[in-house]
Ligand binder design. Structure first.
Ligand SMILES: NC(=O)C1=CN([C@@H]2O[C@H](COP(=O)(O)OP(=O)(O)OC[C@H]3O[C@@H](n4cnc5c(N)ncnc54)[C@H](OP(=O)(O)O)[C@@H]3O)[C@@H](O)[C@H]2O)C=CC1
Ligand SMILES: CC(=O)N[C@@H](CCC(=O)OP(=O)(O)O)C(=O)O
Length: 342
């Protein structure tokens, strides 16, 4: 059994890790941390886990965490950076859901996260945890930086087109909508029911911290710098991301076949039949990205629709997918759930 520790067990991605890992056949949950709820039985805070998780929250302690085979960080940015060096030194494998190790360009990371990076050498060592892009490197990784939620939906949608060199890489436009759980569990005005329901708005149009992360991945697919406009929106749903991706075709191709072939062996990317419109509720609770590709009126604009559950394929499910790959398990183990509908 793989001994697992989770730092940040009270947050939305933390409890989603618990929901999935509690019934993972190869996992033994050992440590679940929370500073605010230390001492409380996990199932008192999250009754959905009654009968499945009998641990209490404990305060984060690197020495205790180092007894685990793998530690997940489901914490705000900069928290993992403080503990990961000592865990890595002690031979523990780490899967970080935050953005601490996602960017290779440290000055760029420091600019977008507005703080010094305290362990650039580990950012260099880290493997970006998007299995469809980096599966082989993930197998051997000691430190995985799980891809962000918007970045997962956008990168998977553009992947076949950029790899095939079929689109103008300088004028990519990603229009993305997220549910409110994307902002985490901490209280804020913007996520109050009275503010977020019956409402929709764009935010961070001038620049969102996911822009450099998405560009980094798209650059890898294209082999050179791409030009991307990324506009996130907050929508009145709890879970889900819907990305509508625009680009200009450089040459004609059978786009449906291109997408079907690119993802034929991917267990968690579902290319829908031609003409489909994937819905966020079709991936709710599931570790799946559903994609459809359109070419309206056969003109030269391609429109890709890409949907994920931000807490599953956009975070905790994908983190476990990475763990399965790192430990040589069947990639689908424990995360092959069907979405809840309606
Ligand atoms: N929500 C989403 O859709 C996605 C989130 N992510 C990323 O995952 C990470 C977690 O997100 P989310 O679950 O939404 O966040 P939440 O705000 O819901 O939860 C944060 C968790 O971290 C713990 N925590 C906070 N500060 C510290 C600290 N200094 N030391 C130790 N633990 C701490 C909190 O518990 P306590 O304060 O009790 O210790 C809590 O359990 C973030 O980096 C986020 O960007 C990634 C993809 C999608
Ligand atoms: C709706 C909302 O607020 N979403 C968050 C992104 C979700 C997230 O936590 O980002 P990571 O994937 O990088 O961890 C935001 O825009 O900052």
């Amino acid at each position: 059994m793989i001994k697992v520790g989770i730092v940040g067990g009270t947050g939305y991605t933390g409890v989603e890790l618990l929901r999935l890992l509690a019934i993972h056949p190869q996992v033994s949950l050992e440590i679940i941390t929370s500073r605010s709820e230390a001492g409380m039985p996990v199932s008192d805070l999250y009754p959905n886990l009654r009968g499945h998780v009998d641990l209490c929250f404990t305060v984060p302690d690197d020495a205790a965490l180092s007894t685990c085979d793998v530690v997940f960080f489901a914490t705000p940015h900069t928290v993992a950076m403080a503990s990961v060096p000592s865990l890595i030194d002690r031979g523990v494998r780490v899967i970080d859901l935050s953005a601490d190790f996602r960017l290779k360009n440290i000055p760029l990371w420091e600019k977008w996260y507005n703080t010094p990076h305290t362990c650039p050498h580990l950012a260099e060592l880290a493997v970006y945890g998007l299995p469809e892009l980096n599966r082989e490197a993930i197998r051997e990784a000691q430190l995985v930086a799980v891809a962000g939620c918007y970045p997962t939906a956008v990168q998977l949608g553009y992947m076949p087109l950029l790899e095939a060199g079929l689109i103008d890489p300088q004028h990519l436009i990603a229009d993305a909508k997220s549910g409110v759980s994307g902002a985490g569990r901490k209280a804020s005005f913007g996520t109050m029911l009275t503010e977020a329901s019956e409402n929709m708005k764009a935010y961070a149009v001038a620049g969102h911290r996911h822009l450099p992360e998405i560009r980094q991945g798209l650059n890898q697919m294209h082999g050179k710098e791409v030009g991307l406009t990324f506009v996130p929106h907050l929508t009145p749903m709890i879970r889900g991301i819907h990305a509508t991706l625009y680009s200009q075709l450089l040459k004609s191709a059978d786009l449906q076949s291109l997408f079907e072939q690119r993802f034929a062996d991917e267990p968690f990317v579902d290319v829908m039949p031609a003409g489909s419109h994937p819905e966020t509720r079709s991936v709710r609770g599931a570790n799946v990205c559903r994609i459809a590709v359109h070419q309206p009126e056969n003109a030269d604009t391609v429109v890709v629709l890409s949907v994920i559950d931000n807490l599953v394929k956009g975070a905790s499910g994908q983190a476990i997918q990475n763990m399965n790959i790192m430990f040589g398990l069947d990639e689908r183990l424990g995360i092959n759930h069907i979405a809840t509908l309606p």
